[in-house]
Design a protein around this ligand. Structure first.
Ligand SMILES: Nc1ncnc2c1ncn2[C@@H]1O[C@H](COP(=O)(O)OP(=O)(O)OP(=O)(O)O)[C@@H](O)[C@H]1O
Length: 248
């Protein structure tokens, strides 16, 4: 079974001169940690937004755990996916607990069971002493950790994270990566984007590299590195497929 299947996706934003996705196809196995990698402007965030139903593709097919993404399956898919966006999506003047109650409510969670789940996750993410502080007092790492909790309160089967470790300190990064490994061990499929290829190499069993709206290669991380004797690591593989030209 696949966690995500994307076939021949096309997307041109309204008013844009160039398409953002030009026939993008890939599939990710259920139960894996997978990296969706690509240079600036490759189409990673657009793809994630389409997967989560936030942006509509012009044409193409998307399946989440074999469920076609359509109006009939919208609610079922919403329950299956947790999304951690690139930009922190929290209300700065609410406390962490108030933010998390709000996001829990969006998924139909409430009352004591929601509160105990929030407490459990605040503890697991090292935020138990800060639950009643307004989020605008938080450091970047604390905001990022709260944002991840907001995405997992409804216990999704697929967690999609857009650059979850960008701009956080070494301690938060290490905590977040360990969480992703442990969470994946519980059977949750994980897709994440990052420009940190050494990090992607250590946690992703599989990667898809996309560029200019198309997939350029997909495969097991170790196999891809082994396939190219001149490549020492994932960064070399990435540069092999995407080249050295600077992107706008
Ligand atoms: N709302 C929008 N309207 C018009 N163009 C957009 C919009 N969002 C993204 N684009 C364009 O679509 C292309 C793909 O952008 P996208 O953000 O999906 O790439 P990305 O791979 O996530 O990049 P990055 O690594 O910089 O985050 C870019 O050329 C970008 O300028």
């Amino acid at each position: 079974m696949t966690s995500i299947l994307v076939q021949d996706l096309h997307k041109t934003y309204k008013g844009a001169l160039e398409p953002s996705l030009k026939g993008l196809s890939f599939s990710f196995p259920k139960g894996a940690i997978v990296g969706l990698l690509g240079p600036n402007g490759a189409g990673k965030t657009t793809t994630i937004s389409i997967l989560c139903g936030l942006v509509k593709a012009d044409t193409g097919k998307v399946q989440i755990f074999d469920l076609p993404q359509n109006a009939t399956n919208r609610e079922a898919i919403k329950g299956l996916i947790g999304i951690v966006p690139q930009q922190i999506a929290l209300f700065p003047h609410l406390t962490a607990v108030e933010n998390l109650e709000y996001f829990g409510n969006l998924y139909g969670l409430k009352g004591k069971s929601l509160r105990s789940r929030i407490d459990e996750y605040l503890q697991a993410f090292g935020l138990e002493k800060n639950g009643h502080k307004q989020v605008h007092h938080f450091s970047g790492g604390m905001k990022r950790r709260t944002n991840i909790i907001a995405a997992i309160l409804h216990q999704p089967q697929l967690l999609v994270l857009d650059e979850p470790t960008a701009g956080v300190d070494v301690q938060s990064r290490s905590m977040i990566l360990q969480f992703l490994r442990d969470y994946n061990q519980q059977g949750v499929s994980i897709v994440y984007t990052s420009h940190l290829l050494d990090e992607a190499q250590t946690i992703c069993q599989e990667v898809a590299i996309i560029d200019e709206g198309r997939a350029v290669v997909q495969g097991g991380t170790t196999e891809l590195i082994a396939r190219h004797p001149e490549c020492r690591n994932l960064e070399d593989v990435f540069l092999h497929y995407t080249g050295h030209a600077l992107r706008d």
